[in-house]
Design a protein around this ligand. Structure first.
Ligand code: ZN
Length: 163
């Protein structure tokens, strides 16, 4: 049985004077080391390292910042989508969250648009003619040769999201 480090994720609204700049503050706390923890924004291809004080503040008014997950070493939490859920309290999240991802991959429903009609498989490895043709038709997406146990398996063409 692998160890399951738990991370407490605290999201607090921080209002600027005008209240127009709404931010979320992420506080990572718990048994996992913050030195190894990052927050990933998959829609922006952006990864932000949690600093040594375990705080991270980011602007959730940017659409791409509303979807994120936490990574510790090469293991990841579930995806959080602030368009669908309001997070204003302490969250206890687990890394890795294999239940979340196996459900996501079984249903093939995109976590952003909640539809499956633009979701195609990601294919790893050196492609042959057949796969290149399928990619041209938009039936699959070639994802390169490097694959790990946490590599995404699906791609939503609507949201350009790998998950
Ligand atoms: Zn989608």
């Amino acid at each position: 049985m692998k160890t399951l480090p738990f991370i407490l994720l605290l999201l607090m609204p921080v209002f600027a004077l005008t209240q127009s700049n709404f931010h979320k503050t992420v506080l990572l706390n718990g048994t996992a080391s913050c030195e190894e923890a990052v927050v990933v924004f998959p829609l922006l291809n952006d990864t932000v390292r949690i600093d040594a004080s375990c705080w991270l503040q980011f602007d959730t008014t940017t659409a791409g910042r509303k979807l994120f997950y936490c990574c510790v070493k090469d293991e990841q939490s579930r995806l959080y989508n602030l368009n669908d859920e309001s997070i204003d309290a302490v969250l206890k999240i687990s890394v890795p969250d294999t239940v979340f991802y196996s459900h996501l991959h079984a249903t093939k429903i995109c976590p952003v648009c909640h539809k499956d009609n633009q979701v195609i498989p990601l294919i790893y490895g050196k492609p042959g003619k057949q796969l290149l043709l399928q990619q041209e038709k938009g039936e699959i997406k070639l994802a390169g040769c490097i694959v790990s146990k946490n590599s995404p398996g699906l791609f939503c063409k609507r949201d350009q999201l790998e998950f």
